[in-house]
Design a protein around this ligand. Sequence first.
Ligand code: NAP
Ligand code: FE
Length: 374
Amino acid sequence: MKNKYYMPTRVIIGDDCITKNSELFLALGKKALLVTGAQSAKRNGSEKDVKTALEAVDIPYLVFDKVMSNPTIACVYEGAAFAKENGVDFIIAIGGGSPMDAGKAIALLAAQDIEEGNLFSGNYGNKVLPMAFVPTTAGTGSEVTQYSILTNDKAQTKTSIASDLLFPTVTFLDAKYTEHLGLSTTINTAIDALSHAVEGMLSVKASSVSNALAVASIRMIMNCVPNMLQALQSGSERVFNLKQREQLLQASLMAGMVIAQTGTTAVHAMGYSLTYFKHIDHGRANGLLLGEYLKLVEKVEPDLAGRILAAMNFSEAEQFQVLLSQLLGEKEEISSAEIEQYSKQASQTKNIANSVVKPTEEDIKTMLTLSFAK
Ligand code: NAP
Ligand code: FE
């Protein structure tokens, strides 16, 4: 086991934590760029609270609200050009993983000139604009990670920029912004967080500290699962109270702290093709694959799988697989040609090398086939 823990982001948690801590923005710069998706930040009150806090400390701001889900490289270059043209000196990203990841790349590209071909290499200087983050989904943990994951059309997958420069300076967690998240986004993003915690325990970089955070995160998410199942059954969107939303947001935060140390493993490696080619939401893509991967781990490293399953109050990976199937509902179709292509691609990623149990290309084919079996 390794013993390393690095997470330099200040985390502020609680009701109205943005407007109550507006002075924190003064340390970040003199002119802010708010980076958001098209709609949700305007609807859930988060953008308004950030603007109120900035106005309270006389900081001018602009808004770049063009971030789509699974942000593209073109989008972050456009955001960075806008930031430079307007003399912005810090970034506030508000939203799910997409605006947060885009915000990180914009902060980097606004501070230094990096050609597209060099973006994922890490071969550049150490300048970046300071960043404040407001997560409004409970899933990616991007608010406390050093990763910016972008849709990379040249490589036909999603590729991460991984650099310690990308840790936000400060993150504000206020669960009220997540209160009206729809049921399927709530479930998909919770599964993403669960996947981070589980994969963190399955990484060659797992440590006692990351495992402690992962187990706590898994328990908190599993405590919310009965309500998700109930909501699915009743067809209701409003089954989660604020307390549960807080639990999910903090579980996602902790799972983010885990992957900041460990990286992700085979599940994310396989999931990226499902998102890139089949437009399956990131968290759902992980959820479709997580059960089969844990079954493989159970065969090869039963003690390791057992520790993860114990945190879920399960004794066998099959029980977890059944639960995931209930949460995810009807599965998409996948062809054997697609399985062939995605397996080849996933087997070459660094996430596989990062896994304690390293699936072969053949293993990946089997997992993809079983994951989509009806
Ligand atoms: P997302 O793509 O950020 O958002 C999904 C949808 O949810 C969007 O339509 C968004 O609307 C909406 N939304 C966001 N917050 C909402 C709220 N409070 N209420 C209602 N709707 C809301 O989804 P995500 O799952 O959070 O992020 C996925 C991205 O994160 C992927 O690109 C994935 O690769 C990345 N990721 C990054 C890390 C990391 O460590 N950096 C880890 C895992 C995943 P708007 O567009 O209008 O905002
Ligand atoms: Fe993820």
